[in-house]
Design a binder for this molecule. Structure first.
Ligand code: PGA
Length: 248
């Protein structure tokens, strides 16, 4: 299976900047065999849809409202699909912290995304306090269990779990390969216990948090890990390409 590589542009790039980025990136991307997903800002979804038409690259939104309709400033699943997304990021720690999204809301967002035909990139990860008090695995377990509550096992095919330690996001700090391997194992165990051992084996898991061309070798060959999620380092197409090259 080809590795999953997700770019998260976060709150960066105007429509024109996304267009310029893709012109440069696509001229050099031909031929690589990564399962590439680009999470662009809402305002860049239509240009990404236009430019990626007919290519094997998926587009993701970075948020979805938990309800179908009704709230000023929110975005619905139907709108995301219409604008070109086939994935959506749910539960990113920046949203958990800044916008107080809890596991209950995240669970509703996942269900709403799936109902609209979107695949989900579910972000989970321990805080620095969890890590320092040896609560990483407990924290991962409760985030995953609450987020996936009430889902049917066959819906897990459309979920990618992104293991992103909160303290590693945007900080330049990364966990050891061994720690990531252990987290991946325990995520598989939680899914296995809650659904089935087959589901635990098959769920797709990626690592995210301060990945760059210098440290990518640490994450390119971890047992049970299906890929990566790259934030800041994906904003420069040349740097992102170096990372993709190291993965494929
Ligand atoms: P980062 O972001 O690569 O800048 O740490 C990761 C993310 O978007 O979660």
């Amino acid at each position: 299976m080809s590795k999953i590589v997700i770019a998260n542009f976060k709150m960066n790039k105007t429509e024109q900047e996304t267009k310029d980025y893709l012109i440069n990136f696509l001229s050099r991307y031909e031929g690589y065999k990564a399962n590439l997903i680009l999470a662009v800002p809402f305002t860049s979804l239509p240009i990404a849809k236009f430019m990626l038409h007919g290519r094997d690259i998926s587009i993701a939104g970075q948020n979805i409202c938990e309800d179908e309709k009704g709230y000023t400033g929110e975005i619905s699943g139907q709108m995301l699909v219409d604008a070109g997304a086939s994935y959506v990021i749910v539960g990113h720690s920046e949203r958990r912290v800044k916008f107080k999204e809890d596991n209950k809301v995240i669970n509703k967002k996942i269900k709403n995304g799936l109902k609209n035909g979107l695949s989900i990139i579910l972000c989970v990860g321990e805080s620095l306090a969890d890590k320092n008090t040896m609560k990483t695995l407990v924290s991962l377990k409760s985030q995953i269990e609450e987020a996936l509550k009430g889902l049917y096992e066959n819906e897990l095919e459309n979920i990618v779990i992104a293991y992103e330690p909160v303290w590693a996001i945007g900080s330049g700090k990364t966990p050891s390969s061994k720690d990531v391997e252990m987290a991946v194992k325990s995520i598989r165990k939680v899914v296995s216990d809650d659904f089935s051992s087959k589901a635990g084996e098959q769920i797709r898991i990626v690592y995210g948090g301060s990945i760059n061309p210098k440290n990518i070798s640490k994450f390119s060959n971890i047992d049970g890990l299906n890929g990566i999620l790259v934030g800041t380092a994906s904003l420069d197409g040349n740097i992102f390409m170096q990372i993709i090259n190291s993965m494929t």
